[in-house]
Write a protein that binds this ligand. Structure first.
Ligand code: HEC
Ligand code: HEC
Length: 327
């Protein structure tokens, strides 16, 4: 995977060394930056109409992408028996509680009045139709890697779902995180948009696995520890975290023999993603149970094997996320 060494990266490095400067930058300088941002180019790129619903093949493809992307878990308030994709699911984080929005095709309360281009901009660039940035609680940091073809199929699938009228619940965030504007600074530091780039030195299966794990499955969003501003630590990829997933401890899934899952075969990993059963006969619980229940169990074993092969090839990291004493 290539890192781009742009001006953007220089600014990032500089600010990363001066966290206090960063907070001021985020809170004060950004509204000005945002005002100057040329949003219109992205948000009004096209006026494609929402007539994709009749294309059954595309909708079927989209159903698979939807599963692989784990959209259901976050956008359905299963705990309170909420309607599928109508949002309202609480996502507790150290910055406050986010409530997922309604992504059904309802025109008033969902995304039914959006164009396909607006949807692609949201997923690829993390920008709303009004040009405002999304919070990374919406893992567009991973979804940016999804291909255009898959995004179009996903859009067709979403537009073929039943519309549900349910107004979005506002997020409950502390200062300065309640300032959506501050996300411009966050993005400058931590967000690099761009479709997954295949690694020519690796096999097609490995690349498929890498795409499923890093773009759609967004596995690192929970399995990679975050810095104090909530960005994934690149050098700790898949090493686990004490509280990354809504306060849940997330295990190390690098191939490290002791700290990670080095003892699992590729088939063990694929089977776990299919059934939830570990090689020891335990079953996945908590949020991973949901990932398997609503997402990975619907994938083909071939795709799960590809994901396993990719995970086995990641750098082994000797890190055991601490267990919390008491809440
Ligand atoms: C980890 C939880 C999570 C997952 C997984 C997730 N989302 Fe979201 N999504 C959110 C949150 C939270 C927001 C609101 C972000 C904000 O307000 O800035 C959001 C916002 C959105 C929006 C913008 C809606 C609007 O009204 O502006 C769209 C579209 C969307 N998600 C689609 C998807 C799709 C498609 C998938 C699956 C590929 C997906 N999401 C997976 C949490 C999630
Ligand atoms: C929403 C957060 C979240 C996401 C997303 C997530 N995981 Fe997990 N994962 C967890 C948690 C929490 C556990 C611990 C489950 C348990 O204790 O039973 C776990 C456990 C695992 C384990 C078992 C490790 C062990 O030592 O028992 C594997 C393998 C795994 N995840 C792989 C993945 C893959 C591959 C993906 C992407 C498709 C993924 N996870 C996405 C939260 C997540």
């Amino acid at each position: 995977m290539s890192m781009s060494h742009s001006r953007h990266a220089t600014v990032s490095r500089h600010l990363r060394r001066c966290p206090r400067l960063l907070v001021w930058f985020a809170a004060l300088a950004l509204p000005a930056l945002a005002a100057a941002w040329p949003v219109t180019g992205w948000t009004q790129a096209s006026n494609t109409s929402n007539d994709t619903g009749s294309n059954t093949e595309l909708v079927e493809q989209g159903a698979y992408i939807f599963r692989a992307g784990g959209c259901y878990e976050c956008h359905t308030d299963t705990k309170n028996k909420g309607a599928p994709l109508a949002g309202g699911r609480a996502l507790p984080t150290p910055y406050g509680t986010f409530y997922s929005p309604n992504i059904t095709p309802d025109r008033e309360t969902g995304i039914g009045s959006w164009t396909e281009a607006q949807f692609i901009t949201a997923m690829r660039h993390g920008l709303a139709p009004d040009g405002m940035p999304y919070y990374p609680a919406f893992p567009y940091t991973s979804f940016t890697k999804i291909t255009d073809a898959d995004l179009r199929a996903l859009w067709a699938y979403l537009m073929a779902q039943p519309p549900v009228k349910q107004a979005n619940k506002p997020h409950d965030l502390g200062f300065p995180y309640n300032l959506r504007m501050a996300m411009w600074g966050w993005r400058l530091l931590f967000f690099e948009p761009g479709v997954y780039q295949a690694d020519a030195a690796q096999s097609a299966a490995w690349n498929r696995g890498a795409y499923l794990v890093t773009a759609l499955g967004h596995c690192g969003e929970c399995h990679t520890p975050r810095n104090f501003l909530g960005a994934m630590k690149a050098d700790m990829r898949f090493a686990g975290s004490a509280d990354n997933a809504e306060g849940e401890r997330v295990p190390n899934i690098t191939p490290h023999a002791k700290a990670g899952i080095g003892g699992w075969s590729e088939k063990d990993i694929a089977d776990y993603l299919g059934s939830g059963m570990t090689p020891d006969g335990d079953f996945a619980g908590g949020l991973m149970g949901d990932v398997i229940e609503y997402s990975t169990k619907y994938l083909t074993q071939e795709d799960r094997m590809a994901m396993a092969a990719y995970l086995k090839s990641a750098p082994a990291i000797d890190y055991t996320p601490p267990r919390k004493q008491q809440k």
